[in-house]
Design a protein around this ligand. Structure first.
Ligand SMILES: CC(C)(COP(=O)(O)OP(=O)(O)OC[C@H]1O[C@@H](n2cnc3c(N)ncnc32)[C@H](O)[C@@H]1OP(=O)(O)O)[C@@H](O)C(=O)NCCC(=O)NCCS
Length: 308
């Protein structure tokens, strides 16, 4: 899953065992370690006084296994008499294991901190091989655009707010068709530099097969909805960036965004913006390296009744 992870991750000495079963009857298990930070201790500065840390053992079922175990943990916390005040449940888990991420989010966990690494030698080779070509998408490319947009939606649904509703592909197709047919560029201007006008949708192809998509648009900050959150001027908007799973980490996203940013600049945009999800293990690192930084944070609770 991630070559930078250590070979083994030790379990704590002691701890309360917790068990659950998958739908097919296979067991998953964990240990819950209860720690108390004494008043005045250094650790009390970054930790709750009472912490219940779950160490899951999920085998090959990170999504269903984590879900089953967290149900069992909730019952166990009741039995252990976990206090409501100054207490927390903690799970430390590989950032890239997105099936487990979905289960953690569904049970109300919020990613409050992350262990991040920097290694002196790049662990991924992102020198783009010469067989990949980038071009503006046309109305005839609608199938490829929808397929790549759906891959992004499915990934985003594992790690965050997106919901893969049953009619999603149709909704995407309608929205993308409008974008691909847009005739004029920002503020109705036809470009003097001869570049295609309309909404900037870019495809990356390897040997003619679509492998990456950057689906973008324009926002005039003074009169469009998201614009209320931005300074005045014309902004480039990145709605969806998606690279086929087996092609990720090879430089395709970077090259697509380099074209997109050049295009935004040529049209006179004051900048570009997008929404990203801090819990997505791929996108924040990618966007920060492209020069993006947080401006507004959207705080949400699901379901609404979980607010306390
Ligand atoms: C986010 C995404 C579009 C990035 O595209 P990509 O083609 O995989 O990214 P690239 O190969 O161009 O990587 C570009 C940079 O990210 C870094 N990077 C990519 N994967 C990395 C990894 N696993 N670890 C560390 N760095 C990584 C590269 O080092 C490179 O940095 P550099 O340009 O400074 O050298 C792609 O991972 C994706 O489709 N993810 C799923 C959908 C998604 O999350 N979309 C974004 C929604 S906001």
């Amino acid at each position: 899953m991630d070559p930078a992870l250590p070979e083994a991750y030790p379990l704590p000495r002691g701890g309360e065992p917790v068990m659950a079963r998958l739908r097919g009857g296979e067991p998953v298990a964990g240990l819950t370690a209860h720690t108390t930070q004494p008043p005045g201790s250094l650790a009390s500065l970054w930790s709750t006084t009472e912490t219940y840390e779950l160490f899951p053992l999920l085998g090959d079922a990170p999504g269903e296994g984590m879900d089953a175990l967290l149900h069992a943990l909730r019952r166990q916390l009741g039995e252990l008499g976990a206090p409501e005040h100054d207490s927390s449940c903690l799970v430390t888990w590989p950032s890239g294991d997105v099936a487990a991420t979905r289960a953690l989010l569904d049970h109300g966990f919020v990613p409050l901190s992350c262990l991040a690494i920097r290694t002196p030698v790049a662990t991924v080779d992102t020198k783009l091989s010469g067989t990949v070509k980038m071009r503006r998408a046309e109305p005839a490319d609608v199938d490829s655009v929808v397929e790549l947009a759906m891959a992004e939606l499915e990934y985003a649904a594992l790690v965050g707010a997106s919901v893969p509703r049953s009619g999603a592909a149709g909704l995407k197709r309608d929205a993308v068709s409008v974008r691909l047919r847009a005739k004029s560029g920002p503020r109705g201007i036809r470009r003097a530099d001869g570049a295609p006008s309309g909404d900037p949708v870019w495809l990356a192809e390897r040997d003619g097969n679509p492998v990456g998509l950057a689906e973008c648009g324009w926002v005039d900050a003074d009169n469009q909805h998201s614009g209320h959150r931005l300074g005045n001027g014309l902004w480039g908007y990145v709605n969806c960036l998606s690279v086929r799973e087996e092609e990720r980490g090879t430089g395709i996203g970077r090259e697509l965004m380099s074209l997109v940013h050049d295009d935004f600049a040529a049209a006179g945009a004051v900048g570009s913006y997008l929404y990203y999800n801090p819990a997505n293990p791929l996108s924040p690192v990618f966007w920060h390296r492209r020069g993006y930084r947080p401006l507004w944070t959207l705080w949400e609770i699901r379901p609404a009744t979980a607010l306390r």
